[in-house]
Ligand binder design. Sequence first.
Ligand code: ZN
Length: 125
Amino acid sequence: MSLNGQFQAAQGTVLARATCECCGGAVQIKANKNGGAYYYCGHADDQGTQCCHSQRWGQRISWALRKAYREAGETPVKATLPLKIGRSEVPAAAAKPANADNPPADNIDAAPEKRAAESRGGLFG
Ligand SMILES: [Zn+2]
């Protein structure tokens, strides 16, 4: 399912504010013409060299940013990078916390159930 049609934001809309993952400068996460979220960092260091780092996100993160922007009353939200897909998207095995308090299952060291060893007679008996 395409998420690009939901919570549409005009191209150039500032969806969120964050700090550049490279240089730590403040950046604005904007929507591109498809609603995809991206930023471009124009911060320069003491020598005047620009960071130029950029990031863009796929439709799931972009959708979440547009939704947050909309729900905040169409004001940019504060985002902390890196942005990741939410917990509910994590595979169940990875999301399940290890529970050290659980006792081991009974019979965990028991030998596997023996197979029937009845004589069948004939060749294999
Ligand atoms: Zn930067």
